[in-house]
Design a binder for this molecule. Sequence first.
Ligand code: F0G
Length: 478
Amino acid sequence: MRHAEAVRHRHNAMAFQAKTIIEPFRVKVVEPLPILDRHARAEALRAANFNLFSIRAADITVDLLTDSGTGAMSQEQWAGIMRGDESYAGSRSFLRFESVLKDLTGMTHIIPTHQGRASEKILFTAIGGAGKVIPSNTHFDTTRANVEFTGAEALDFVIEEGLDPSSEHPFKGNVDLPRLGAWLEAHHESVPVFVLTVTNNSGGGQPVSLENMRALRDLLNRFDIPLFLDCARFAENAWFIKMREPGQSGRTPREISQEMFRLCDGAMMSAKKDGFGNIGGFLAMNDNRWLIDCRNLLILTEGFPTYGGLAGRDLEALAIGLVEILDERYLEYRIASTEYVWRALDEAGIPLLRPAGGHAVYLDGRAFASHLDPAELPGQSVSIALYLEAGVRACEIGTVMFGSTRDDGLQNPSPMDLVRMAIPRRVYTQSHMDYVIEGVRYVFDNRESLRGYRIRDEPPALRHFTCGFEPIDHDPLA
Ligand code: F0G
C-alpha cells in the first residue's frame, strides 16, 4: 500500500502539464496551397480591379475572407455523408438532425434551411412588414437586409463599449438594457421579436454574457416580446461564458449552450459556422403562431419540411458537426488560436479591435494607415497590400462595405474602417498563422507606402462584392 502510494506520488510529481494547446486533430486529407510570386499576385489584383472578392481562390495562399462554410469536416462527418438518406420525405438524416437540435435547443419545431439568410427571409416575411421594428444587439448585414426588405425597421442596442474598438469589456456583444427598456416603454407594440446575435459578428465576434441574456429575457417578458437567437457562433459564445463569466467555469459548453437556447423562444442559424457545415442552416421555434406561415414559405422557396434546401447527406453532416462543435478540446484550441494571432499582432504594436474575438481578428485599418483619409479607403488599402505582399485574403469591413458615394463623388465614410481576418475552422495550422502574422507585420512596417483608392464603378446595393477600385495617384503594383 505504502509502496503504491509512493509510486503514485512519484508519477504525480512527474505529471506532464503541457502549456501548448495543440490542434485536437491530425491531418488525413491535404489540399495543396497555391503559392504565387508577387508579380502573379499583382496581375491577379489588376484583373480583379483591386476587389478581393473577384480574385480566384487558386490565386490565394491563406484565405481569411470568411469562416462561413470554409471549415474542414471530420472523418465522422465524411462517413455520415455516405449514410445520408436522400428520401424526399421523412429521411433518417432529417430525423437525426432534428433530434440533435431538439436536444440542444429544447425547441419544439425544427425547420431546416440551406443557410442562415434563408431562415431570416422566412422568419421576417412571416413576422415583419411596414410599421414593425426589430431590435437586436447588432443585426448582421443579411439579417438587417432581410428585415428592411419587408418594410420593417432594424435597430441595434449594443452596449456603448461594443462600439469602442479599444474597450476591453469581456462581453462587448451585450445588450444595453437601460436604453432598450426606455425605448420599449414607447415602442413595444411594434416589436414582434428581439434578435440576439451570438457572438456579435458585426461588432467583432464579441460574446454576450449569460447574465445579460437572463436580464434581457426578464425585460422582454415585461412586454411579452419573444426572443430569437441568431446562433451562428453559439458554441464560441458558450466558451467565452465558461472562460470569462463568474460562476460558469464548472459547466460544460453544452450545458451553457442549452441554457442560452432555453432562454429563447426561437433561433435561426447559419450552420456554416458553428455547425461545421459547408452549407446549411435552420429555424427553430416553440410557438405555433408563426409555424404554419414559416413552413409554407419554406415549401415555396426551400423545399419540403424534412429537407428544406439541403441534401440528406448535408443534414447528416450537420447532425454530427453540431455535436462535435461543443467538444471542449476543440473550443479551447479554437479560441486560443484566434487569440494567438491577436496577441502576436498586438505585441507588434498593430492597431486591433480589442479584445480578441471568437472567429476573427480585426485590424483597425483607419489607425493602421492613419496617414490616409477615410474617404481614401484605408481598410481596402491594407487588404490589398496584405494580398499583394503575402497572398493573404482578408475582408474590408468599413467604408467600402457600409459607406456610400455622395452626389459630388466623395465618400460618406462608415464609423470604422476594419479589416477582418476570419479564421476557418480546423483548416489552417499554427505555421500558417505564423506566416499571416509575418505578412501583417511586414505591411505594417511599410505602412507609409500605403496609398489610397477610389471606387471606379459600383452597383446600386451591396457594392463591396462587385465594385471596381482604382489607386489614387500611384501604381501599387510597380
Ligand atoms: N448571422 C450571422 C451572425 C452571420 O455571421 C451570418 C453570415 C449570417 C447570419 C448569414 O448566414 O451566410 O449562411 O446566409 N456571415 C458570413 C460572414 C457571411 O462572413 O460573416 P449565411
